[in-house]
Ligand binder design. Structure first.
Ligand SMILES: C[S@@+](CC[C@H](N)C(=O)[O-])C[C@H]1O[C@@H](n2cnc3c(N)ncnc32)[C@H](O)[C@@H]1O
Length: 275
């Protein structure tokens, strides 16, 4: 699918996203802690898809020079408060208006899946090649994004009002046909991917983000394919951390697993630019 405009986020989407980030809990903020743990000794850092600069603000406590890149001017509103020292560049990841071999660390946090899902494969490779170009030799690329839950079903229980919400989600979700089946009472059988998309996307129902979110999935990367993408552009995985337990999301809906094992739904991949 390629329905990408100049940028994915306009004014209302950006406003919704920024407001929602204010209610992120400790689990949601863990991504920033994990990335912060990997920038020790870094002097120059760039985040591509930096939004309103929440991570850049944290990074600037450890790093001398921080740059933020985003394709959407709307999404970067507030960056001057969150990270006053950030150098902001408005451009797309596949054509970075940045110096070559300059950065010790480049970060994409929940950005690359948007290139993969709304762009073309060529754009994905170009974006990764651009990230490699701006890194110094030995520099690190921190890629944080959504992990594919994989094939298979699980049995879970959900209270009746949450099953109603699931039905609303399934009727609106367009990326693939989402469907659960009832096993008994409030116990349902559901594909792992559908459960992951429901638990992380119900918040967007009836909001400014509904249309965009119903047309993309939060089941995006596997470790194997990520390794292949990075190898193709001359980067090698040094570390791979999976986090965000799906059972935490399920318990927030007063649900629980009956059968099948919980999984992690996000990953941080640390890759290094090779000669
Ligand atoms: C889901 S938000 C993530 C914001 C922040 N990095 C975080 O982790 O909370 C994705 C951001 O990436 C930006 N983005 C998406 N595709 C992009 C591209 N091809 N080039 C540059 N920025 C892009 C969007 O405008 C948006 O600000």
């Amino acid at each position: 699918m390629n329905n990408k405009k100049d940028s994915l986020y306009g004014e209302s989407e950006a406003e919704f996203f920024r407001k929602r980030a204010k209610s992120w809990d400790k689990q949601d903020l863990r991504k920033f802690d994990l990335m912060s743990n990997h920038i020790g000794g870094c002097k120059r850092l760039v985040e591509i898809g930096c939004g309103w600069g929440q991570f850049l603000g944290l990074a600037s406590k450890q790093v001398d020079e921080v740059w933020g890149v985003d394709e959407s001017v709307e999404m970067t509103k507030g960056i001057e408060d969150n990270c006053p020292q950030a150098k902001l560049v408005i451009c797309k990841a596949d054509n970075l208006d940045l110096p070559s071999d300059h950065f010790d660390v480049a970060v994409t946090s929940q950005m690359l899946h948007e290139v993969k899902l709304f762009g073309t494969l060529d754009e994905l490779y170009k974006s990764l090649s651009e990230i490699r170009r701006v890194l110094a030799f030995g520099g690190k690329y921190l890629l944080l994004d959504h992990l594919d839950a994989g094939d298979g079903n699980v049995d879970v229980f959900l209270p009746p009002e949450k099953i109603d919400l699931l039905q609303e989600f399934e009727s609106k979700f367009e990326y693939y046909r989402a469907k659960h089946s009832v096993m008994a009472g409030d116990i349902i059988r559901i594909p792992k991917r559908t459960l992951q998309d429901f638990l992380t996307k119900d918040v967007f129902l009836n909001s400014a983000m509904e249309s965009m979110e119903m047309n993309e999935t939060h089941n995006v990367f596997t470790r194997k394919e990520t390794e292949e993408y990075l190898a193709a552009v001359g980067m090698e995985i040094e570390d791979w951390i999976e986090f965000m337990d799906i059972s935490h999301d399920l318990s927030k809906k007063d649900g629980g697993f009956i059968s099948g094992k919980p999984w992690m739904r996000k990953f941080l991949c640390v890759a290094v630019k090779k000669e």
